[in-house]
Design a protein around this ligand. Structure first.
Ligand code: CP
Length: 307
């Protein structure tokens, strides 16, 4: 197994070998992520963070990952604290951060922003979410979570629920699940269906998928309910958001007697009630923790291969 990528922009750029390599390395990183072992593999290296959109998990887990490996972190968590507010454009800002850092992490509201900046700079670029496009590092930790719980991904039956139109986590994840031979059910209101382009690509890759708007159609057959937030900030029409919000509610009553786990990339708003958190079903906080060993593995592979 090896890792062939210079940048991490879209999960579609990954081979199965690349993904398996990161998942395997993440296992090795877990004791370091849990502070049970020390590592200095990134000593002297700097990670540059450019967050044009808010984040809790992605930003803080990248920072934690770099620091657990002995490296340092620079950057901005919001543009208000940077010269973007003075009108500096994305290309110039990226060039500058790349002068100071050994790799860049960027989250941006525009789809394609990470790909664009990866063509401008020489250091590795990691897409931490580009609008409604892709969120490939989230997918890696999602796959890692499934593998930790079930010991496999192939043959799992996974329902992706909620905002499948604008949700970058489900766009990335569906490609990876298709690649690994998991079956998928897409559960959404008609207005938030998985984009036709993604459905077309998955069909071309012989992925097994079905679509429904009723969660009850899938509850008895799935291993994983992958729930997503209806994202207010992505709706061009606020009225449409108000009509659709609250379309799905996962609570312990709904899950009673079911043989499945509940995952969520987080943040949640009201789609999963807190009474699920400490049950055998709720895996979303554990899933968020796995962002650390997975991102440690990714940083280690990218930065070392660039040396
Ligand atoms: N899952 C995820 O991307 O969370 P944040 O928006 O908090 O980074």
């Amino acid at each position: 197994m090896s890792f062939s990528l210079k940048n991490v922009i879209s999960i579609k750029d990954f081979s199965k070998d690349d993904i398996n390599f990161i998942l395997k390395q993440a296992e090795e990183m877990e004791p370091v992520a849990r502070s049970q072992k020390m590592s200095q593999t990134m000593a002297g290296k700097i990670l540059g963070m450019m967050f044009y959109e808010p984040s809790t998990r992605t930003r803080l887990s990248f920072e934690t990952s770099m620091k657990r490996l002995g490296g340092g972190v620079i950057g901005f968590a919001e543009t208000g604290a940077s010269s973007v507010t003075k009108g500096e454009n994305l290309a110039d800002t990226t060039r500058m951060v790349a002068e100071y850092a050994d790799a860049l992490v960027i989250r941006h509201n525009l789809e394609g922003a990470a790909r664009y900046v990866s063509d401008i700079v020489d250091v590795p670029v990691i897409n931490a979410g580009d609008g409604a496009g892709q969120h490939p590092t989230q997918t890696l930790l999602d796959l890692y979570t499934m593998k930790r719980v079930f010991g496999k991904i192939k043959g799992l039956n996974v329902a992706l629920i909620g905002d499948l139109k604008y949700g970058r986590t489900v766009h990335s994840l569906s490609y990876a699940l298709g690649m690994f031979g998991a079956k998928m059910s897409f559960v959404s209101p008609p207005e938030l269906r998985m984009p036709q382009e993604t459905l077309h690509d998955l069909k071309g890759a012989n992925a097994v998928t079905q679509e429904t708007n009723d969660i009850n159609n899938v509850l008895d057959e799935v291993d994983v309910l992958y729930v997503t937030r209806i994202q207010k900030e992505r709706f061009p029409d606020p009225e449409e958001y108000l009509r659709i919000k609250g379309a799905y509610l996962i609570n312990s009553e709904l899950l009673k007697g079911k043989d499945l786990i509940v995952m969520h990339p987080l943040p949640r708003v009201d789609e999963i009630t807190p009474d699920v958190d400490d049950t055998k079903y709720g895996k979303y906080f554990e899933q968020a923790f796995y962002g650390v060993p997975v991102r440690m593995a990714l940083l280690d592979a990218l930065i070392k291969s660039f040396e």
